[in-house]
Design a protein around this ligand. Structure first.
Ligand code: 13P
Length: 243
């Protein structure tokens, strides 16, 4: 039985003060979440320490939004595994489409980040997904397969999460149809050849579509952007119901 991981990626949102305000609402609501699901929030680096104190003794885990492959060194603007582990961070998002697009992150760098995360005890959330142009040209499967194969090279498959996030569904309100998201997640699991691989869907997940998405057999969780910025919405997502 694969576990479920419900993660909120706050991206470049939330000061320490707003993160605290959020948790004043979210922590009490989290007490009602069924214990079978792992809840994760990925704040900006500056709010990690604040969250580490607030979340002690709760079932809510912290993820970083990135991690470097070196332990320390001259890498301006980067963050290393020990810096995150010091604050009880458990997960690290790598290969999100935004750094892929804005900072030209390569599959090779993403793979180094994932391996470094695992080597130091963090669980990487490795993001993959095609652009609208690639989908329209019929290249979606080839693109995703390449990202998966290169991103996961020499990683431990039982200790990571893949997030399938079609770029055209991110922040657009256009969710990928649940059956199509499920089909791609199933393909990823088949290509990798590891039945217990954890795979999330991400892209315009919200309270109104979470129940349908989570009812699909190959989707083990979600990576939520915009809708995770509101504590009540994210609590509803974490509390998804399968009918
Ligand atoms: P949205 O939920 O805002 O579409 O963002 C998805 C995402 O990029 C999560 O990492």
């Amino acid at each position: 039985m694969r576990k479920t991981v419900i993660a909120g990626n706050w991206k470049m949102h939330m000061t320490c003060a707003s993160a605290k305000e959020y948790m004043d609402t979210f922590i009490p609501l989290s007490k009602e979440f069924p214990s079978d699901r792992h809840i994760v929030v990925a704040p900006p680096f500056t709010a990690i320490s604040t969250l580490a104190s607030l979340l002690k003794g709760t079932q809510i885990n912290i993820s970083s939004q990135n991690v470097h492959w070196e332990i320390d060194g001259a890498f301006t603007a980067e963050i290393s595994p020990p810096m995150l582990l010091e604050h009880n961070v458990r997960y690290a998002i790598v290969g999100h489409s935004e750094p892929r697009k804005y900072f030209s992150e390569s599959d090779e760098q993403i793979n180094l980040r994932a391996r470094s995360a695992q080597a130091s005890g963090l669980i990487p959330i490795v993001c993959v997904g095609e652009s609208i142009e690639q989908r329209e040209r019929g290249e979606a499967e080839r693109v995703i397969r390449r990202q998966v194969e290169q991103g996961l090279e020499q990683t431990e498959l039982s200790n990571l999460v893949i997030a399938y996030e079609p770029i055209w569904a991110i922040g657009t309100g256009k969710t990928c149809e649940a059956n199509e998201a499920n089909r791609i997640c199933g393909l990823i699991r088949q290509w990798v050849g590891f039945p217990d691989l954890l795979i999330q869907y991400g892209g315009s997940v919200k309270p109104s579509n979470i129940d349908e998405i989570m009812s699909k057999s190959d989707i083990d969780g979600v990576l939520v952007g915009g809708a995770s910025l509101d504590a009540k919405n994210f609590a509803r997502i974490a509390n998804y119901q399968i009918k």
